[in-house]
Design a protein around this ligand. Structure first.
Ligand SMILES: Cc1ncc(COP(=O)(O)O)c(C=O)c1O
Length: 380
C-alpha cells in the first residue's frame, strides 16, 4: 500500500503562540462583541507598523474595499478602473457600490496595473467627458503596484486612488509600507494571508475624517441619539474583539513572517535555476515584496510540460498549488465590462502557478515541491 505523505498547503495559517493569551484577555474582560479594547489596540498597532495615522478593523478585506469605494465618493453608474489580474473581491466590491469595473492590464515587470495603460484610459475617459469614480490598484502576491507613477497619474486626472493591499502587509514601495498609498488602503486577514484573524480586514488612511465615517457606516450608521436613529444606510462590518486579539498576536511576528516567505522564494529561485522554461515572478526595483506567494511561469515549449501538468503532479503527491489568478476580464460575470490592454494578464494566468508558500513550511517540504517540479521536466 502506498503511504500518503502529509498534505502541503498553499498558504496555511501560522500562529505565533501569542494569540491565545490575547484571546484569554478578551474573554477575561468580557468584551465578546464587534468592538472593545482588542479592536482599538489592533488598530493602533497596525497604524504604527504601516505608518498611517488612522485605521478601522473590519470583518473582511472585501468589506473594507466596499467602504473605501463609498467613502471616496463612488456612486451608482460610475466606472472604476481596476487591475484585471486580481482576486474577484476587488472587482466584486466595485459592483457592491453600484459601479462598473473597467479592467486595466498589468505589465510583465511587476504583474501589477500598467501605469501607461492607466494613463491612456484616463485620457480616453477625459476625452469622452466621463471621469471615473476611482482607480483601484492591487498589490499582487505581496508586491506593491508602481505608486511612484500611479499616484502622480491619479493626481493629474483628479481621480481618487484606492490601494488594495489585501495581500501585501509588510511590502514596501519607495521606502513606504504597503497601505500608505492613495486616499485609502485595504488589508485582508483571511486565513491564507501573511497574518490572519481567521477572517478580517482593515481600512487605513491618512484622513481621520474618512476613517471616522467608515467606522460609522460599519456599525449600522447609528446617528447620535439615545434610541436607534438612522439617516443613512449602514452595514454590520466591524471586527470582533476576539478576532482582533488573534490579530494582535499575529502582528507581533509580521517581520519574521515576511522574512520566512522571502526565504521560501529564495530557496525556490536557487533550486529552480537552470530549469528551462521556468521563471519566477520578478521583484520591482522600487520596493520589497513580502513574497506572500511564490509564483512561477512555465513556458511549455521549453519546459516540455505545462503549468497544469506541474499542478496535477503536485496534487497527486498531496501538494496544493494554484494557477495564477484568472484575470477579471476573462471571468464570465465580468464579460460585458470594458477593458484596456493586451494579453499580459491572460498569459500570466495561462503559464503561471503559485507554489506552496506558507511561513511554517520546512526546508524538506520545499525540497519535496522542487523535486516534483524538476521531475516533471525530466520525465517530459
Ligand atoms: C487582492 C485581494 N483583494 C481583496 C481580498 C479580499 O479579502 P477578504 O478575503 O478578507 O475579504 C483578497 C483576498 O482574500 C485579495 O487577495
Amino acid at each position: 500500500m502506498r503511504m500518503v505523505k502529509p498534505r502541503i498547503y498553499l498558504s496555511p495559517p501560522h500562529m505565533s503562540g501569542h494569540e491565545q493569551e490575547f484571546v484569554a484577555e478578551a474573554f477575561r474582560s468580557n468584551w465578546i462583541a464587534p468592538l472593545g479594547p482588542m479592536v482599538d489596540a489592533f488598530e493602533r498597532e497596525m497604524c504604527k507598523y504601516v505608518g498611517v495615522p488612522h485605521a478601522t478593523a473590519l470583518m473582511s478585506g472585501t468589506a473594507a474595499l466596499h467602504l473605501a469605494l463609498l467613502l471616496v465618493g463612488v456612486k451608482t453608474g460610475d466606472e472604476v478602473l481596476c487591475a484585471t489580474l486580481t482576486f474577484s473581491a476587488s472587482a466584486n466590491a466595485i459592483t457592491y457600490a453600484g459601479a462598473e469595473p473597467v479592467f486595466i492590464d498589468c505589465n510583465r515587470e511587476t504583474w501589477n496595473m500598467d501605469p501607461d495603460l492607466l494613463e491612456e484610459e484616463l485620457a480616453a475617459c477625459t476625452k469622452r467627458g466621463r471621469r471615473p469614480g476611482a482607480v483601484m490598484a492591487v498589490d499582487l502576491y505581496g508586491q506593491c503596484a508602481d505608486y511612484g507613477r500611479i499616484e502622480d497619474i491619479c493626481r493629474r486626472f483628479e481621480v481618487p486612488l484606492i490601494e488594495d493591499a489585501a495581500e501585501a502587509l509588510g511590502a514596501t514601495c519607495n521606502g513606504k509600507k504597503a497601505g500608505c498609498f492613495g486616499r485609502m488602503a485595504v488589508f485582508s486577514f483571511n486565513g491564507n494571508k501573511i497574518i490572519t484573524t481567521s477572517g478580517g480586514g482593515m481600512l487605513v488612511s491618512s484622513d481621520g475624517e474618512m476613517i471616522r465615517k467608515a467606522r460609522f457606516l460599519a456599525t449600522q450608521a447609528r446617528d447620535p441619539a439615545p434610541h436607534y436613529e438612522h439617516s443613512t444606510i449602514g452595514y454590520n462590518y466591524r471586527m470582533s474583539n476576539i478576532l482582533a486579539a488573534v490579530g494582535r498576536g499575529q502582528l507581533k511576528v509580521i517581520e519574521e513572517r515576511v522574512a520566512a516567505r522571502r526565504r521560501n522564494f529564495e530557496l525556490y529561485r536557487k533550486a529552480l535555476e537552470g530549469v528551462p522554461g521556468v521563471s519566477l515572478m520578478p521583484e520591482a526595483p522600487y520596493g520589497r515584496s513580502n513574497r506572500w506567494l511564490t509564483c512561477i511561469t512555465v513556458e511549455p515549449g521549453e519546459f516540455s510540460a505545462s503549468r497544469e501538468d506541474i499542478r496535477l503532479t503536485l496534487e497527486a503527491e498531496n501538494i496544493e498549488a494554484r494557477p495564477v489568478w484568472k484575470p477579471m476580464h476573462l471571468q464570465p460575470v465580468f464579460a460585458s465590462c470594458r477593458r484596456r490592454g493586451g494579453d499580459t494578464a491572460a498569459e500570466l494566468f495561462d503559464k503561471g502557478l503559485c507554489l506552496p508558500s506558507g511561513s511554517s513550511l520546512r526546508e524538506e517540504d520545499l525540497r519535496r515541491v522542487v523535486d516534483i517540479v524538476r521531475n516533471t521536466y525530466t520525465r517530459a
